[in-house]
Design a protein around this ligand. Structure first.
Ligand SMILES: Nc1ncnc2c1ncn2[C@@H]1O[C@H](COP(=O)(O)OP(=O)(O)OP(=O)(O)O)[C@@H](O)[C@H]1O
Ligand SMILES: [Mg+2]
Length: 263
């Protein structure tokens, strides 16, 4: 990264403020209940909690995939919950997303998958003709190196292992030069060693770019190891919010319910 880029990175506000966020998919069944969070402009925040707690719903509200029922999500001076159409698309470019099942285009090459990360920026006709600007192509090669897949640019996505796919998923999210990176259970289909490598890679690449990361994750040990902050959710509410060192068995019992599985 050049010095000019670092200076620019320092000047950008990448913090996220969530106020009184509520979400119900159907009347009378609140899924998110009065969520209040301020997430600073750096580091990994891990969101843990049992299945159905509302972790994915929270992340989808942040990137505008799901419309909030009420409350505010403020990012870079705009309330994401109010954005529609073009304004929402422009906001989404600033928010990179890493998915559980990678969501690569299987029949396209790794390079083409990376370049689709730029689609929000490239006019549709150029994307259709696959005519991407030289600087995007250079950036894609740089990211290929950074994820350790230098020689895989021409490989079809469907010929990659899960770990390799998720590396491409991370690089694709970074192609859009986001100011915030979201990941919804990015390692749940991966073996334990690959899972560590993926979170480590995300941590390293995001830190180098000064981008904060919010990760939904079921693996509490991984969360402890890489996150600077852990948010525990249960039944749509935040029941724990603190550094990994403060997360004790009693908190885990409150988040996940019961005791027997901890001992
Ligand atoms: N599109 C939807 N329409 C209706 N209900 C939904 C929708 N998406 C999620 N829900 C419900 O909202 C609740 C929270 O779901 P969500 O996916 O946010 O949980 P989660 O914490 O991510 O769970 P998991 O750990 O299994 O991924 C669940 O009861 C789920 O059935
Ligand atoms: Mg989920």
């Amino acid at each position: 990264m050049t010095i000019a880029m670092q200076a620019e990175t320092a000047a950008v506000d990448r913090s996220l403020v969530i106020r009184n966020l509520e979400k119900s998919y159907t009347a009378d069944k609140p899924i998110l209940k009065d969520i209040n969070l301020k997430i600073g402009g750096r580091g990994i925040t891990a969101v843990i909690g049992p299945s159905g707690a509302g972790k994915s719903t929270l992340i989808r509200c942040v990137n505008g995939l799901v419309a909030a029922t009420s409350g505010e999500i403020i990012f870079q001076g705009e309330n994401i919950t109010r954005l529609r159409g073009r304004q929402l698309r422009e906001m989404r470019r600033r928010i990179g997303m890493v998915h559980q099942e990678y969501s690569l285009v299987e029949r396209l090459s790794v390079m083409e998958n990376l370049l689709t990360g730029r689609l929000g920026y490239v006019p549709a006709w150029r994307a259709w003709l696959r005519r991407f600007p030289a600087e995007d192509i250079a950036h894609a090669y740089e990211l290929l190196d950074a994820i350790g897949l230098t020689d895989f640019g021409n490989r079809r996505a469907d010929q990659l292992s899960g770990g390799q796919r998720q590396r491409v998923g991370i690089a694709r999210a970074l192609m859009q030069q986001p100011d915030l990176l979201l990941a919804d259970e990015p390692t749940s289909s991966l073996d334990p060693k690959t899972s560590v490598e993926i979170i480590e890679l995300m941590d390293k690449l995001a830190a180098a770019r000064g981008i904060p990361v919010i990760i939904n994750i079921h693996n509490v040990e991984l969360a402890r190891r890489f996150a600077s902050r852990i948010i525990g959710m249960a039944k749509g509410s935040i029941v724990f919010d603190g550094p990994p060192a403060a997360l004790e068995d009693k908190n885990l019992a409150e988040i996940y319910g019961g005791q027997s599985w901890i001992e």
